[in-house]
Design a protein around this ligand. Structure first.
Ligand code: PNW
Length: 479
């Protein structure tokens, strides 16, 4: 039984850090200022029908000009740690040469965060590959992994004296399989072998960048963020459903976890790929590079999946963006697998609200991977989109998001009670922003952004988080 129903506030351990997350392309705007050149997302947004509403990150939240206000807002909310990303296309517009003006923006941001008493948590790659590197082959090309390590060193040269927590990649699963297989994300390519080439070279880039940063400063805390799922067979007695769950776990979770923590790709996955004429382009020494020791594993959790070898009787859940371009599943060995709705409440993304899945995921990853390697877990993303109503006074009473946040904090405390070594939570996202293929249509923020005026308004969920941080406890269950 979970402890997540409680009549009194539930204490949060003193060494557990509470924060919020964003990503460069989703908030910065200023996509062609001060030397920044196109990233794959700038180019992708110009493809007709690729992004809902024809939206792009050109203006976004104008964070590039408003970062001081946004840091002040975080200070008001009391967040202890801020997860943001540096834009590769701003730092190295051609993918090779450092742009001092672009780097200076992040230097000023970091100074402001430290002045506000907020710990910066830096992600090097949250999807904005310089278009110049895509033109040279993108992630399917091995050279991109080498370029990534050089980029990491350029960022470290400017921020290494003030930033301790470094994350190489955000969600390489999305970069590889939404970017190069389903084509729902930039660069919008639909090629199964290219997606596996991308997956391997993303992991290789992670390993090379980790080695480089470690050599520059052994005291840094280094890690990677993975988006993971809890795949449950719809009928645990049905061998085909059990195999469907195994395949999803292999392609979503173990494809990334096993090489990082065990220096080998999962044998069952390699067999599934081989049976489809697909492979991972591993050269001698790559797996040792990918297994370079890390300190922190970031877990992004939104929901789990109930999977079956048979289609659901009810209407299926649809979370893919309504782009006519997308025809392939994002799983290279995923044919004949169906996700069934479980009748749980869903968010505006049609993602099921399943907090207990986060507890199970943390327990499993801690036991099987992180703890044996001495790696600390962080929930680097978790959040929900809802169609927020703005009241006549401009307020947003987003009771569903507030409850989502409360339930997931409780789910993490449940995992801690089971002995899991998880030390932080970053709500996705600080503020409404450019939600990739969904454009500005989906709002995840604790803070509302009016895209006409750029006015920020803290929502009820933001106030709940502020109170939880101040009290260092999860508020009691609403009745
Ligand atoms: C993550 N999917 O993206 C990203 O890290 C964030 O930038 C994003 O805003 C957030 O989650 C909310 O979507 C994902 O289709 C996008 O499986 C799509 C998927 C998963 C994660």
């Amino acid at each position: 039984a979970s402890a997540s129903t409680h009549a009194s506030p539930r204490p949060i351990p003193a060494d557990f850090r509470l924060g919020v997350a964003t990503a460069a392309y989703q908030i910065e705007g200023a996509t062609h200022r001060d030397g920044r050149a196109d990233s794959i997302w700038d180019a992708f947004c110009r493809i007709p029908g690729a992004v809902v509403g024809g939206d792009s990150g050109e203006r976004a939240c104008e964070h590039y000009d408003r970062y001081r206000d946004d840091v002040a807002l975080m200070r008001e909310l009391g967040v202890q740690v801020y997860r943001f990303s540096t834009s590769w296309a701003r730092v190295q517009p051609d993918g090779r040469t450092a742009n001092a003006t672009g780097l200076d923006f992040y230097s000023r941001l970091v100074d402001d965060l430290l002045d506000a008493g907020i710990t910066p948590w830096l992600t090097l790659y949250h999807w904005d590959l310089p278009q110049a590197l895509q033109d040279a082959g993108g992630w399917p090309a091995r050279d991109t992994a080498l370029r990534f390590a050089d980029y990491a060193a350029d960022v470290h040269a400017v921020l290494g004296d003030r930033v301790t927590n470094w994350t190489s990649l955000n969600e390489p699963w999305c970069s590889a399989f939404l970017g190069y297989l389903s084509g729902e994300h930039a660069p919008g390519i639909q090629n199964p072998q290219a997606s596996l080439d991308a997956a391997h070279h993303l992991l290789l880039g992670h390993g090379l960048a980790t080695q480089r940063l470690r050599a520059l400063d052994p005291a840094l805390s280094l890690g990677i963020t993975l988006n993971m799922t809890v795949a449950d067979p719809v009928d645990p007695q049905d061998a085909d459903d059990v195999d469907a769950a195994r395949r999803i776990d292999a392609q979503h979770n173990r494809l990334f976890l096993d090489p990082i923590f065990r220096g080998a790709y999962p044998a069952d996955l390699l067999a599934d790929l081989d049976a489809r004429g697909l492979h991972l382009p591993v050269l001698d020494g790559d797996l040792a590079t990918i297994a370079t020791p890390i300190d922190a594993l970031g877990i992004n959790y939104y929901h789990g999946d109930a999977v079956s070898a048979r289609p659901p009787a009810e209407a299926p859940l649809s979370s893919a963006a309504p782009s006519e371009r997308v025809k392939l599943s994002p799983f290279p060995a995923g044919e004949g697998i169906f996700t069934h709705p479980r009748g749980l409440p869903v968010t505006a993304m049609e993602w099921e609200v399943q907090p207990e899945g986060l507890t199970r995921l943390l327990v499993r990853i801690d036991e099987e991977y992180a703890r044996p390697a001495g790696v600390t877990l962080y929930v680097t993303e978790n959040g929900a989109a809802y169609t927020d109503e703005v009241g006549p006074d401009g307020s947003v009473d987003d009771v569903e998001r507030a409850e989502f946040l409360r339930l997931h904090l409780d789910a993490i405390l449940d995992a801690i009670e089971q002995g899991v070594n998880v030390k932080g939570y970053f709500y996705w996202s600080l503020m409404d922003n450019f939600e990739w293929a969904w454009g500005y249509d989906k709002r995840f923020g604790l803070v509302r952004v009016d895209y006409e005026t750029q006015v920020r308004t803290v929502k009820a969920s933001g106030r709940l988080y502020q109170a939880a941080i101040a009290a260092r406890s999860v508020p009691p269950t609403a009745d």
